[in-house]
Design a protein around this ligand. Structure first.
Ligand SMILES: *Cc1c(COP(=O)(O)O)cnc(C)c1O
Length: 229
């Protein structure tokens, strides 16, 4: 199937999940995850109306952002080393993968050279998986408190990559937990912090994520096909 047809199908599935959950479809935004895929595929998706694109690797992002001509909005969703933050400065609308204070500090430092603070999400490691990035749920409040004091960042919500389960229903409790954590944080009245965004759900579980409150679903394979690496 073409990228345009895939996108159309995904939007139908997003709309159906919103109907089931009694949500406005406009409250869910589709982030097309284009890692490892060529700029031409991004252009093709953009021609089909896709606006938000997520990338995982700084070097790959920079190379593609230079050549993509379509007016798109870039998000960064991958593991991020502090020494590479400077290459993202001013180029990405949202960084989903902020998992530690030192990274937030560097983002703040870089974005203070610009007029507006960086929009970031705090990444939570819900399954306490050693192989995955993210603050554990217990450390989240402390991280949020520290990050909220930084002048160059604005916390817009939370992001999670829950453990993979063959049956997406098994992931539902993790999505629900992320929403609960966001509600708890929102109640603390921290400065520069709002819980407007929940970035959760990927190709095989985004409908469950939407039913549990996702505002940004990160979908790669279902749009662009399988990745080679
Ligand atoms: C690759 C990736 C996705 C997309 O995964 P698919 O299963 O291809 O939809 C979403 N989020 C993150 C953080 C990723 O690295």
């Amino acid at each position: 199937m073409s990228i345009a047809a895939n996108l159309q199908l995904i939007h139908q599935r997003i709309d159906a999940a919103c109907r089931r959950a009694g949500r406005d479809p406009k409250s869910v935004r589709l982030l097309a995850v284009s890692k490892t895929k060529p700029a031409a595929m991004i252009e093709e998706a953009a021609r089909a109306g896709q606006f938000l694109f997520g990338e995982n690797y700084v070097q790959e992002f920079c190379a593609k952002a230079e050549v993509v001509q379509a007016p798109v909005e870039w998000h960064f969703i991958g593991a991020l080393q502090s020494n590479k933050v400077k290459y993202l400065r001013g180029k990405v609308a949202l960084i989903h993968s902020v998992d530690r204070l030192s990274l937030a500090q560097e983002i703040s430092r870089q974005w203070q050279r610009l007029e507006k603070p960086a929009n970031i999400l705090l990444e939570v490691n819900l399954g306490a998986e050693a192989s995955k990035a993210g603050s554990d749920a217990a450390g989240l409040a402390e991280l949020a408190g520290q990050v909220s004091l930084l002048p160059g960042v604005r916390v817009r919500g939370l992001m999670a990559i829950p453990p993979w389960e063959a049956d997406p229903e098994q992931v539902r409790p993790y999505f629900r937990r992320l929403r609960q954590l966001a509600a708890e944080l929102a109640g603390q009245g921290l400065p520069n912090l709002e819980m407007a965004e929940l970035s959760m759900g990927m190709s095989h579980d985004f409908e469950v994520a939407i039913e549990e409150g996702a505002t940004l679903v990160r979908v790669g394979t279902a749009i662009f096909g399988e990745r080679q690496r």
